[in-house]
Design a protein around this ligand. Structure first.
Ligand code: AMP
Length: 121
């Protein structure tokens, strides 16, 4: 079961955010602690806690998150140069907010692999 997180408060405009896209089922806003020149979070309005909580009925909704990323890439000029989208899951995945969100990072060349010194032995 999903608990309300601060992202629900952003959806409900109880907390302010720099919103860059909204439709009936999704919202995208600038990350408060950007890890790239352009870093937005694309979220479903439905509060799904983690990737593990996605059910078959959510397939279209999850696909829509990627459609929003592609649209933002086009409108912001990143479609051809490239960008990264990533969704973290649970502690080892680096998830801190338990309302699924697609990170979209752009505006610089991305490194790979995406982890640094936090790798476990
Ligand atoms: P994750 O660690 O994958 O769960 O990502 C959570 C992201 O939410 C982090 O990149 C945070 O910087 C971002 N974040 C936390 N609070 C806010 C907020 N109030 N507005 C925008 N982004 C936020």
């Amino acid at each position: 079961m999903s608990k309300e997180t601060l992202f629900t408060k952003i959806i409900n405009r109880e907390i302010s955010a720099d919103i860059v896209y909204e439709d009936e089922h999704t919202l995208a806003f600038k990350d408060i602690n950007p890890q790239a020149p352009y870093h937005v979070l694309i979220i479903p309005k439905k509060p799904i806690a983690t990737i593990n909580d996605i059910v078959k009925e959510d397939r279209e909704l999850i696909g829509q998150l990627y459609c929003v990323a592609a649209e933002l890439a086009k409108t912001n000029g990143f479609a051809d140069t490239g960008y990264r989208v990533v969704m973290n899951c649970n502690e080892d995945g680096g998830q801190t907010v338990y309302h699924i969100h697609l990170h979209m990072l752009a505006g610089q060349e991305m490194g790979w692999p995406p982890y640094t010194n936090k790798m476990k032995a």
